[in-house]
Design a protein around this ligand. Sequence first.
Ligand SMILES: *[C@@H]1O[C@H](CO)[C@@H](O)[C@H](O)[C@H]1NC(C)=O
Ligand SMILES: *[C@@H]1O[C@H](CO)[C@@H](O)[C@H](O)[C@H]1NC(C)=O
Ligand SMILES: *[C@@H]1O[C@H](CO)[C@@H](O)[C@H](O)[C@H]1NC(C)=O
Length: 259
Amino acid sequence: MKSLVCILLLLESFVFAVQQKVDGGLGENEISQQLSSEDRRQSPPQTDTVRDETSTDCQQNCHLCFPDIHAALRELTAIVTEQKANIRALEMQLKEELNKKYDEISNLTLSQVEQFRKENTDRQIAFSAALMQSGSGHTGPFTTDITLTYRNVFTNIGNAYNSFTGIFTAPLKGAYMFRVSVYAAGSPSTASAISIIKNGEHVVMAYGHQAGYVVNSSNGVVLLLEVGDVVYVGLGSGRWIYDSQNNHSTFSGYLLFPL
Ligand SMILES: *[C@@H]1O[C@H](CO)[C@@H](O)[C@H](O)[C@H]1NC(C)=O
Ligand SMILES: *[C@@H]1O[C@H](CO)[C@@H](O)[C@H](O)[C@H]1NC(C)=O
Ligand SMILES: *[C@@H]1O[C@H](CO)[C@@H](O)[C@H](O)[C@H]1NC(C)=O
């Protein structure tokens, strides 16, 4: 009888279990609820306290927290990218400006070199000439002063001396050196006298006079000339000067330095 009751009880619980299975058992929510309540039961109560504290910390110090670090990194990356673009733009701008400056400097250097070359060329002024280009003989005496035209040109750098008029014209302001020499036959009645003349005014004279044979004389002067000032050699009235293929009588001038 006892064993019969036991078997019946067993059978009943078996049927109950089978019925539950057939009804679909527990829902998923019920399972997770069951699980989480089991969890809670298993976790010691302090863990919850710590978790709560941590979450409060998170809200107060966002940068220390894991998700906030990601956000901060994203922000940093954006800033770095922006700065990179800024630097690139600055580099381009700098490069452009450097190129422009380089152009300006090389232009300046070029124009300076050109100007220097031009100035240097302008400064090359020197001439030297003897009185007669061919033949030999005296020039003078005349009844008035005349301008001598030195025709046998040795040098005329800068073309400031005109061998047809005998006139030197200053192309730039500066200090100029001039020199003349006179040679003539001695004669009781005729002296040799030539003068360096600046803009119509006598400056220095070379003079010689003797009864026989020949006379030589020379003189020189440094003159401060303005642009366009003229310098030439005058033969005084009643005087004479001799020249031949030996080039005795000469007129020379050159720029010492511009002012
Ligand atoms: C430099 O000179 C060149 C040629 O004369 C000119 O085209 C250019 O504009 C100049 N550059 C500057 C920066 O002055
Ligand atoms: C003048 O110079 C010539 C050479 O050019 C020379 O023969 C002559 O003796 C000189 N005369 C005088 C007076 O110095
Ligand atoms: C005088 O000048 C001419 C032309 O330059 C030259 O041929 C001649 O040799 C010169 N005479 C002397 C004596 O130097």
